[in-house]
Design a protein around this ligand. Structure first.
Ligand code: FAD
Ligand code: FES
Length: 288
């Protein structure tokens, strides 16, 4: 007799890891025209989903498909599961059309996150481009909760236009702090924009950090990460102190299917965060 689904799940731990759990949308906040933040709560009343800064979940919109989305909430507050998503195609569009009370399937948390503990005692430079600020927001929460453990903390954030700036209220709060340096730049200004105009790399030469004692974390489009790495290296930050978060298509998210293969590594389980020293041979190559 064939095993029941329940039995099958116990035959292979991986089957269980592939099963989404039902979550209900508790709150939706529109960040910009194409980006929204959602809070989720488990429907089955099970315990919260603990995670490390930089990890991601697979979000399944029933009948549409599954996408990897980083967790943008506070790791110290796992009872509030938060994701920030930009609409680019089928699944993210369908997710964006859901409202409070609707259900999605969630599995995770997956992957290796940012090396926050390794940054202890160092200056920290965080460079985010566009939606790349979402996977780095948990790092900000963690560092601010233990601010005394780090040297200078610098956040450099670049978006296309002022209307694309995410987490505006929080950025203002961070900018008002004396123990943080927050610089924001836009590719194209608007009549009421009085801030910096130019790509995010233009901020690096003037950012206040000691390159010999800095850990850098970068998330954004690959081309932005490449130029950021160059600019950091030009200031003397070594490859092993620069961390990037890579994106590839995901299917299983647990190292089985090979969809996310990146040289000898799988981005889903060996990443998405890698030190630049680990991947510099592959970085920037379009076909791997
Ligand atoms: C580890 C990881 C973490 C991620 N975290 C976030 C996050 O926090 N927030 C967020 O908004 N997105 C995040 N993404 C990207 C997100 O998974 C994709 O935007 C999503 O899968 C697109 O699915 P779709 O069905 O909406 O679009 P599709 O219909 O599959 O694609 C629409 C268009 O977008 C392009 N596209 C698809 N996937 C990507 C991608 N990964 N990067 C760039 N272009 C892509 C396609 O080539 C196509 O042109 C993450 C991806 C990975 C791998
Ligand atoms: S998504 Fe299947 S191996 Fe990474």
């Amino acid at each position: 007799m064939a095993p029941t689904l329940d039995e099958q799940m116990h035959i292979s731990g991986s089957a269980e890891a592939m099963l989404p759990r039902a979550y209900a949308i508790r709150r939706v906040k529109r960040e910009t025209a194409d980006t929204f933040t959602m809070e989720f709560e488990p429907v089955d009343g099970a315990s919260e989903l603990t995670f490390a800064a930089g990890q991601f979940n697979m979000l399944y919109v029933f009948g549409v498909g599954e996408v990897p989305i980083s967790i943008s909430g506070n790791p110290a507050n796992p009872q509030t599961l938060v994701h920030t998503t930009r609409v680019v195609g089928t699944v993210t569009k369908a997710l964006g059309e859901l409202k409070r009370g609707d259900r999605v399937g969630i599995r995770g948390a997956y992957g290796r996150g940012w090396p926050v503990a390794a940054a202890t005692g160092n200056d920290v430079v965080i460079v985010a481009g566009g939606i790349g600020l979402a996977p780095l927001r948990p790092v900000m929460y963690e560092m601010l909760a233990a601010r005394e453990k780090f040297g200078k903390v610098v956040l450099l954030y670049g978006t296309r236009t002022p209307a694309d700036i995410l987490f505006r209220k929080e950025l203002e709060e961070w900018r008002a702090r004396f123990d943080l340096e927050v610089f924001i730049t836009v590719d194209r200004g608007s009549p009421d924009w009085r801030g910096n105009v130019g790509v995010v790399t233009t901020l690096i030469p003037k950012a206040p950090f000691d390159p010999t004692n800095t850990l850098a974390m970068i998330c954004g489009p690959e081309v932005m990460m490449r130029f950021t790495i160059n600019a950091l290296q030009k200031r003397g930050v070594p490859a092993e102190a620069i961390y990037v978060s890579m994106e590839r298509n995901m299917k299983c998210a647990i190292g089985f299917c090979g969809h996310c293969q990146y040289g000898g590594a799988f981005i889903c389980k060996d990443g998405p965060v890698f030190s630049y020293a680990q991947i510099q041979e592959l970085f920037g190559k379009s076909e791997i």
